[in-house]
Design a protein. Structure first.
Length: 568
């Protein structure tokens, strides 16, 4: 930057009225060393918030301050700047005014930026100031994730895997690689992790390749460049290489696993491929090794439920079962229970397929059915290891259930899961598997049904003046309205406009009393058992959901989405 440029910069910084003379001097010195990142420096040194600084700087420069994404941008305007330049300089074209191209940037003092954009677009450039995060989000939405990488691959005619496809090493958040399919796959995984996603689905269509992220339990389509279909084979092959799969086998389903680091944090990715009409569909499940280590206080239990579970998980023997569909947080609950009771005076062993989170102080056994190590075989041998507490990933058949019940009856505490819709259904499921009712009644201490609901974003939730007719229609107990306030989602930058941020659980805890044990022996139906449990004080999933809605944790819509009507 020239002397005149430094003088102008000092004058503009002074005009913002945000900085002291010494801070202006420091920012000028930083510009000499690290040209073009003035806004990032101001934010990093905590001199001012980004939006406050950019608004003040825009007024001093007599340039507009804009929120990118608020107004639509025409396709012909987006084409004025090459995709590579958009992502390289973090800019986005906004519109054309009298042969001037208006471009949003957060770093107007980047050396050579105006000249580079003028040469790329063939037009004179006029800057508008906008937050860097807004520009980045708009670029991904309008051009697609990894658009710059694919553009460079097309320009270099790299449609085949003529590069090193070895497993990724180093931190995944370091995306400063040459344009390649390797970089693009890393971008997809990084993007999903950054958005708090748990799953990535890569789905071949007839004329397109669709990628969707599951965030807080709901699928969201990811904007992608239009030429994505041309890279379908290369992308899938890259993922297979990372997961140690056979890239030549495209006719059979395959499973694999990838271990990565994201910003120094360990992450496991479970990979599944399935042949479809238009190619292989790939699903990736992201498992953060640290995020599974929840304590009981993180599960979203109300104090009364917390007290019941704390008492149950400390019993000397018996079976505690968690029920619910896939993705309802059953494994997270089991890990939380183990984490709570884990101590040096307890020997805890687990039988899992797969091991989702590694826990210190606990002996975890990975099932391998292909060599004969099934749940039943593992559980049978575990009993010879002198355990105090046993966790079985899932009771899938009569043999596993038999051994688990035998373990509970011989003085062991057993945690496991079942795929049933409610707690009472777990009892009848065990009986249907062929377990004698008197054994179920003697060994099972309690069943916990659960679901996951999205949490309201605390930054934008607002009270909802809900219509009484609607509440009556959905069966909401009107007498509960005095216990709290019902909220609705609004949507803001913090929650990506969804109105939700994170998830929590709703629970139904059925403790087997003497009366319910007798009903089990008498082979009474699940509905009758549920009615008796309600008489004894149990609340259903939907009832727990109503309480969480009144507490401002979630919405009525979420409760209705994940629960069925309480037939009892």
């Amino acid at each position: 930057m020239t002397v005149a440029g430094f003088n102008r910069l000092a004058a503009l910084l002074q005009a913002t009225e945000l900085f002291s003379p010494s801070q202006i001097e420091e920012l000028q010195q930083e510009q000499r060393v690290n040209d073009g990142v003035l806004t990032a420096t101001v934010v990093a040194r905590d001199y001012a918030r980004e939006e406050v600084f950019l608004r003040a700087l825009a007024a001093a420069m007599q340039a507009p301050f804009v929120r990118v994404g608020d107004d639509p941008i025409a396709g012909e305007v987006l084409e004025k700047i090459p995709t590579k330049a958009v992502f390289q300089y973090n800019v986005i074209p906004l519109g054309i005014e009298e042969n001037l191209l208006r471009v949003a940037t957060s770093e107007p003092f980047r050396p050579g930026l105006a000249d580079a954009l003028r040469l790329a677009s063939g037009m004179r450039v006029k800057f508008a100031l906008a937050p860097a995060g807004d520009i980045e989000k708009a670029a991904k939405k309008l051009y697609g994730v990894g658009a710059d990488t694919l553009d460079r691959l097309l320009a270099d005619n790299q449609l085949d895997l003529d590069e090193d496809l070895g497993p990724a090493v180093g931190d995944l958040s370091n995306l400063d690689q040459e344009a390649s399919v390797v970089k693009f796959v890393n971008q997809i995984i990084w993007e999903c992790h950054h958005d708090r996603g748990t799953d990535i689905h890569i789905e071949p269509m007839e004329n397109d390749l669709r990628i969707r992220y599951r965030i807080d339990g709901v699928l969201h389509p990811t904007p992608l460049p239009p030429q994505m279909k041309r890279f379908q084979s290369a992308i899938i092959s890259r993922i297979k290489v990372m997961a140690g799969m056979d890239i030549a086998e495209k006719r059979l389903p395959q499973d694999g696993r990838i271990s990565l680091r994201v910003r120094g944090e360990e992450i496991d990715v479970r990979v599944s491929t399935m042949p479809t009409v238009y190619g292989e569909s790939v699903s990736l499940r992201l498992l953060m090794r640290s995020s599974g280590m929840y304590g009981m206080d993180k599960l979203g239990l109300f104090p009364d439920d917390m007290e019941i579970l704390n008492r149950l998980i400390r019993r000397p023997h018996g079976i505690l079962l968690v029920t619910g569909p896939t993705g309802s947080g059953k494994s997270t609950s089991l890990y939380a229970w183990l984490h709570t009771i884990n101590s040096v005076d307890k020997r805890i062993l687990t039988v899992e397929d797969p091991i989702e989170y590694e826990m210190a102080g606990i002996n975890q056994i990975q099932m391998r059915p292909e060599i004969g190590l099934s749940f039943a075989v593992g559980l049978r041998h575990i009993l010879r290891q002198d355990p105090d507490v046993i966790m079985v990933g899932e009771i899938r058949d009569q043999e596993t259930a038999d051994i688990a019940i035998r373990a509970a009856l011989t003085g062991h505490l057993v945690f496991s899961t079942l795929h049933t819709n409610d707690s009472a259904g777990g009892i009848t499921r065990l009986v249907d598997m062929g377990i004698e009712p008197f054994l179920v009644a003697s060994s099972v201490e309690a069943l916990v049904a659960q679901r996951l609901v999205r949490r309201l974003c605390p930054a934008c939730k607002r009270p909802w003046n809900v219509d009484a007719t609607f509440l009556d229609h959905i069966g909401f107990p009107m007498e509960m309205l005095a216990e709290g306030t019902i909220y609705e989602p609004a949507g803001c930058e913090e929650c990506r406009g969804t109105g939700y941020a994170g998830r929590t659980g709703i629970y139904e805890i059925l403790v087997l009393s003497e009366d319910i044990r007798q009903m089990v022996v008498d082979r009474r139906s699940a509905a009758e058992i549920k009615i008796k449990a309600l008489e004894e004080g149990m609340h259903t999933l939907r009832m727990d959901g109503w309480r969480k809605a009144l507490a401002g944790i979630t919405t009525l819509e979420e409760i209705l989405r994940v629960t069925s009507e309480d037939e009892a």
